[in-house]
Design a protein. Structure first.
Length: 178
């Protein structure tokens, strides 16, 4: 199971790397690297989805939330989503917990909405930093862990987000050096 959390970490890294490539390029011109990075995170997420109900539910919830919030608006992320679903369909998924899916999709959507609000409302400050960490998923998956006795959702999203935020910091530091 630790290997799967490591793959969730890799998926988070590739997702943020793709985000940064998309955000730092004109919308009409996406590099091959951005599309390749998107496909890569999609393949990893699709593989993870085929390994357990936890990863299948989590990946589907995140995909639904990103679609509903309009975050899949660039070709590299569209390629990533297509790779996720194609891989999951090819390998098969062990099932999805519908109640958890709805809860996690709502939490992920709330994270995106709060982050967008914080971006518009404040440039700096404690609230911006906290909301920027998008804590709803961690709090929600931790609650699921306490209710069910299984912290698999928490460890999966924590691994993903740990890498996502680490890559963000690394790329910001790298951009400042240039």
């Amino acid at each position: 199971m630790i290997f799967l959390y490591f793959l969730a970490f890799i998926c988070g890294s590739l997702t943020k790397f793709t985000d940064n490539l998309v955000d730092n390029r004109p919308q009409k011109r996406f590099s091959k690297a951005a599309v390749l990075a998107g496909i890569s995170y999609g393949l990893v997420a699709g593989f993870l989805s085929s390994t357990s109900q936890v990863f299948a539910t989590l990946a589907t919830a995140l995909a639904i939330a990103m679609l509903l919030s309009g975050k899949i608006d660039a070709r590299p992320h569209q390629a990533g989503l297509a790779a996720l679903f194609a891989t999951a369909l090819f390998l098969g998924i062990p099932g999805i917990d519908f109640f958890v899916l709805v809860l996690l999709a709502a939490l992920a959507f709330a994270d995106e909405a709060l982050n967008d609000f914080a971006d518009r409302a404040a440039k700096k400050g404690l609230v911006k930093k906290i909301v920027g960490l998008r804590p709803s998923m961690e709090i929600g998956t931790l609650a699921i862990g306490f209710l069910t006795g299984s912290f698999a959702y928490f460890f999966a999203i924590f691994s993903f987000d740990l890498a996502y935020h680490a890559i963000e910091k690394i790329m910001q530091a790298n951009a400042k050096r240039k």
